[in-house]
Design a protein around this ligand. Structure first.
Ligand code: NAP
Length: 503
C-alpha cells in the first residue's frame, strides 16, 4: 500500500447525484482542494447501475434534480434512467469536475487519526488517501443483493439482477420469471412482456400502486424553462408542495391515508376487471408502510396473454426453474431478481474506525444513529450523506440531499476557516436528537407492522425521517457550532467544547 503524503481538505466517496452535488457546492463555497473517488469507470451512481428496461424515476424530474442545477430539457414528467444519468454527466462537465475524480478506486476502509485530525482512506488497490474531512456519498442502495432462496445456486438457466442488467441476453420468446413486485419490478414487467415469450411474476406481498401521469414535456414548456428559469422554479415549487401535502397521508396514518387507499383501490378496479386477480393484488398493509408504487402500465402488463401473476410462495429454485409451495415446477429460461438491495442500515459496507479505535459497524449493529442524519459522535469530520433517518416517504430524495450538502459544506468550511483538527458532534446532543426522532417515528406508517427494507431485522427504523421535507431542511440549514466539540490544530490533545467560531 502506498499512503500519499498529500492531505486533501476534503475527500468525497461516490459520483452519484450526492457526490457530484457536494462537489459543486464545495467549489462554490471556495473549497477547492478535494478529490472524488469512484469505484466504477463512469459517474452516475444508481442511475449508472440501474439500466433495466423501463428504468425511470418515479418522482417527477423537475423535483428529482437539484434546484441549483436547473435542467430545462427534461423530456418527460418522469424521465428515463438514461436521461438522468446523462444529466449527471452534464453536471460533471459543466462544473469541470472530471479532473477531480479518480475512477476505479474502491474504498474499503476509513480510519481517523486523532493526533493529525485526518482520515486515512483505504482502497482495495494499492492507493491510500488522506483528507481532513470525508463526505460519504456512496448511497444506501449501491450494492444489489441476491435473495436467500433455497436452491438459488443450483439454477442452470440465466440469472439477472435488476440492478445489474445483462443487456446481452435476448429475452425474445423466452420463458422468464420476475421475482419481486417492488419499485423496480413494476417498471421491468411492462417492458419484458413486450419481448419475452412468457413472463411469470412471483409476488410475495402486493404493494399499493398509484397511477403515473407521465407525459412528454411540451416544447413550449422546455423553451419557457430555458428562457425564463423562474418558470421552472415555480413549477418545481408547485411539485414540492404537492408532494409535501402527501406526507399527511403517507408518513402518518391519518384519515388521508384512507383516501390514498381508496384512490389506489380505484386504480386497481379501473385497470383490473378479474375479481380474483384484483384480490391477489390487493395489499393488506397501511399505505406508506412500504414504498408507494407508481405505475400505469404494471396492471395492464400482468393481464397480457403472455403474463401470469403467481402468488404461491416460492419453495425453492431448482436447476430448471422455480418450484412453488403448491408443488408446481415452473420451467424457465431466465429468472429476473427484482428483489432489492443490500441496504446499509448498519453503516457503510467497509470498516469505519473513529476516535480511540471505535468501530462504526459495532456501534451501529443494533441500528444506526447519527445527528441530523449526517454526523456521528466519535467520527469527527465525517459527513454521512443519505445517512441514518434521512429517507423520505413522500418527497424527492434529492430535496433531502440538498439539505445534507449544505450542512456538510457548512461543517467543512467551519473546520477549514477555524483551522480545526476536528469537529465532533457531542454525544449528549446526538442522544437527545435520536430520542426525539425515535419517539416521532412510533407514530409513522413505517412502524405500522409491515415488512420493509426501511427496518432492521429487529424492527428498528434507522432509515426514514419522520416529518415533512420542510422540517428536515430547516434543521439542516441550522448548523450550530455549539452542538460540537472542536479541537484546534494547535490545541494539544484535549478536547474543547466549541463556543466560538468564525463560521
Ligand atoms: P424492493 O422494494 O426491496 O422490492 C423487492 C421485492 O422483492 C419485493 O416485492 C419483495 O417482496 C421481493 N422479494 C425480496 N426477497 C424475496 C424472496 N426471497 N422471495 C420472494 N420475493 C422476494 O426492491 P426494489 O424494487 O429494487 O426497490 C428498492 C428501492 O429502490 C425502492 O424502495 C426505491 O427506494 C428504489 N427504487 C426507486 C425507483 C424510482 O423510480 N425512484 C425505482 C426502483 C427502485 P416483499 O415485499 O414481500 O419483501
Amino acid at each position: 500500500m502506498t499512503v500519499g503524503t498529500r492531505v486533501y481538505d476534503t475527500l468525497i466517496v461516490g459520483t452519484g447525484f450526492t457526490g457530484i452535488g457536494t462537489a459543486i457546492k464545495l467549489t462554490q463555497a471556495g473549497v477547492d482542494d478535494f478529490v472524488i473517488l469512484e469505484r466504477d469507470d463512469q459517474v452516475g451512481g444508481t442511475w449508472r447501475d440501474n439500466t433495466y428496461p423501463g428504468a425511470a424515476c418515479d418522482i417527477p424530474s423537475l423535483l428529482y434534480s437539484f434546484s441549483f442545477v436547473a435542467n430545462p430539457t427534461w423530456s418527460r414528467a418522469y424521465s428515463p434512467a438514461g436521461e438522468i444519468r446523462t444529466h449527471i454527466e452534464d453536471m460533471v462537465d459543466r462544473f469541470d469536475l472530471r479532473r477531480r475524480i479518480q475512477f476505479g478506486v474502491e474504498v474499503d476502509g476509513l480510519e481517523f487519526d486523532e493526533a493529525e485530525g485526518t482520515w486515512t482512506v483505504k482502497t482495495t488497490g494499492r492507493k491510500r488517501f488522506r483528507a481532513r474531512s470525508v463526505v460519504l456519498a456512496s448511497g444506501p442502495l449501491s450494492d444489489h443483493r441476491w435473495p436467500e432462496i433455497r436452491g438459488l445456486e443450483s439454477y442452470e438457466g440465466h440469472k439477472i439482477h435488476s440492478a445489474n442488467w445483462d443487456h446481452d441476453y435476448d429475452f425474445t420468446g423466452k420463458r422468464v420469471a420476475v421475482i419481486g413486485t417492488g419499485a423496480s419490478a413494476v417498471q421491468i414487467v411492462p417492458e419484458l412482456v413486450k419481448k419475452a415469450g412468457f413472463v411469470k411474476v412471483f409476488q410475495r406481498t402486493p404493494g399499493w400502486v398509484m397511477p403515473r401521469l407521465d407525459v412528454a414535456t411540451p416544447e413550449v414548456a422546455q423553451t419557457a424553462f430555458a428562457k425564463v428559469p423562474a418558470v421552472q422554479r415555480v413549477a418545481r415549487q408547485a411539485l414540492y408542495w404537492g408532494h409535501e401535502a402527501t406526507a399527511t397521508a403517507l408518513v402518518w396514518n391519518s384519515p388521508l391515508t384512507g383516501l390514498v387507499k381508496r384512490l389506489s383501490k380505484a386504480h386497481l378496479h379501473r385497470q383490473v376487471k378479474d375479481p380474483w386477480l384484483r384480490r391477489q393484488l390487493t395489499p393488506d398493509f397501511t399505505p406508506g408502510c412500504k414504498r408507494m408504487l407508481v405505475s400505469s402500465d404494471y396492471y395492464p402488463a400482468l393481464q397480457r396473454d403472455n403474463c401470469k401473476l403467481i402468488d404461491w410462495p416460492i419453495a425453492r429454485i431448482s436447476p430448471v426453474g422455480i418450484r412453488t409451495s403448491d408443488g408446481i415446477e415452473h420451467h424457465l429460461d431466465a429468472i429476473v431478481f427484482a428483489t432489492g438491495y443490500d441496504v446499509h442500515l448498519t453503516g457503510p459496507p467497509f470498516p469505519v474506525t473513529g476516535v480511540g479505535g471505535r468501530s462504526m459497524a459495532q456501534e451501529w449493529s443494533g441500528g444506526a444513529q447519527a445527528y441530523k442524519s449526517i454526523n456521528a459522535h466519535g467520527y469527527p469530520n465525517l459527513f454521512i450523506m443519505t445517512g441514518p433517518n434521512s429517507g423520505p416517504g413522500h418527497n424527492s430524495l434529492l430535496v433531502f440531499v440538498e439539505g445534507q450538502i449544505d450542512y456538510a459544506v457548512a461543517g467543512i468550511t467551519t473546520i477549514l476557516r477555524n483551522d480545526l483538527r476536528f469537529l465532533d458532534v457531542r454525544a449528549d446532543v446526538q442522544q437527545r436528537h435520536n430520542e426525539v426522532l425515535q419517539k416521532r417515528l412510533t407514530k409513522t406508517t413505517w412502524m405500522s407492522g409491515c415488512n420493509s427494507w426501511y427496518l432492521t431485522a429487529d424492527g428498528f427504523n434507522a432509515s426514514m425521517y419522520p416529518g415533512f421535507a420542510t422540517q428536515y431542511l430547516r434543521q439542516m440549514r441550522d448548523f450550530r457550532f455549539t452542538d460540537y466539540e472542536a479541537v484546534a490544530r494547535d490545541a494539544g490533545s484535549h478536547r474543547l467544547r466549541a463556543v466560538t467560531s468564525s463560521a
